[in-house]
Design a protein around this ligand. Structure first.
Ligand code: F6P
Length: 336
């Protein structure tokens, strides 16, 4: 991969995340400073197939750092997963004289990169952007910090009304198969309980009812907030709340935060992470080091991590906090 890079293609893919625009902006600014042309494919990988792309110059990205969502639009792409899809995408990239492809997304999007790389002659570089934070090789993904603050804002508000009515609340947060958001939002929101995949793959209702009973004995009537990761109760948080109400005799309500968590102006740390990883991706790509790598950050250092390993799910939600939360709950159970 030593040929010189004259034209970069960039796209945002999968669930949008606040800070994606900051990364885009940094890529365009860095590339333009190096005399490299950038084209943005719209609607994720779909833009490659439909040749829906726009030239991106400094002027196009000047005031987007504060915007949530993505100016390029995002999507999941069925065509890429179909027979012959990856080869066709590579052919299109060759025809459009794209020397390198930058993909801002999560591990699903990076699997798409792997498929294309089998047929593509240029470099492919990933930048981790998802509110789920479930990408190996980087401490944080772009968008996680903002989603956490959004979830927290909601939890704090729910606490007010839950206290006023002395209700139990289930607050469902996003995060397919991982509990990064649930754990972080639960800890920072002072939730009485957190239910996420790291504690087991499904809800044990009897156990949960025992916990609620024990906490109510401990703290008296009051609010009891359970932060639950999506997919933990297949019938959904509303159904679980109804079940808790019937079986515990105390009123339980559910609030599903859903896509609200994906929106909003990125917090400072997401703008900074997006800027750093966007700039680093371009720098490394131009030095020829970055083919099939992700630009990530660990312990404050920007680094390259093999794209093929980003979906291994080796990264763990904070084990210290997971343990502490459980200990507090168990202590309350044993006191009763
Ligand atoms: O990947 C981010 C994510 O927000 C997940 O947490 C969630 O499960 C999923 O996207 C929802 O995707 P969609 O917007 O396609 O329903």
């Amino acid at each position: 991969m030593t040929h010189s890079v004259r034209r970069i293609g960039i796209l945002t893919s999968g669930g949008d995340a606040p800070g994606m625009n900051a990364a885009l902006r940094a890529v365009v600014l860095s590339a333009e400073a190096a005399g490299i042309e950038v084209v943005g494919f719209r609607h994720g990988f779909n833009g490659i197939f439909s040749e829906d792309y726009v030239p991106l110059k400094k002027a196009d990205v000047l005031h987007i750092i504060q915007l949530g969502g993505t100016i390029l639009k995002s999507a999941r792409c069925k065509q890429l997963q179909q027979q012959g899809g990856a080869e066709l995408a590579a052919t299109k990239l060759h025809q459009l004289a794209i020397d390198a492809l930058l993909v801002i997304g999560g591990d699903g999007s990076f699997r798409g990169c792997q498929a294309i790389s089998a047929f593509y002659r240029g470099q492919i570089v990933g930048i981790p952007g998802t509110i789920d934070n479930d990408v190996d090789g980087t401490d944080f993904t772009i968008g996680f910090a903002t989603a956490l603050d959004t979830a927290l804002d909601a939890i704090d508000k729910i606490r007010d009304t839950a206290d006023a009515f002395e209700r139990t609340f289930l607050v469902e947060v996003m995060g397919r198969h991982t509990g990064y958001l649930a754990l972080a939002a639960g800890i920072a929101g002072g939730a009485e309980q957190i239910i996420c995949p790291e504690y087991g793959d499904k809800v044990d209702l009897d156990d949960l009812l025992q916990d609620i009973k024990a906490l109510k004995r401990d703290f008296g009537a009051g609010s009891y907030i359970i932060v639950i990761a999506e997919t933990m109760y297949p019938a959904g948080a509303q159904a679980l709340a109804a079940e808790i109400t019937t079986r515990s005799g105390t009123e339980c309500r559910a609030c599903v935060l859903g896509h609200l968590q994906r929106g909003g102006s990125p917090v400072g740390s997401d703008r900074i992470l997006g800027t750093k990883l966007g700039a680093f991706a371009v720098e490394q790509l131009l030095s020829g080091n970055a083919h099939m790598m992700m630009a990530g950050e660990q312990a404050g250092q920007a680094l390259l991590y093999p794209l093929v390993l980003t979906g291994d799910k080796k990264k763990q939600a904070d084990p210290y906090l997971l343990k502490w939360q459980q200990q507090m709950l168990q202590q309350s159970e044993t006191q009763n």
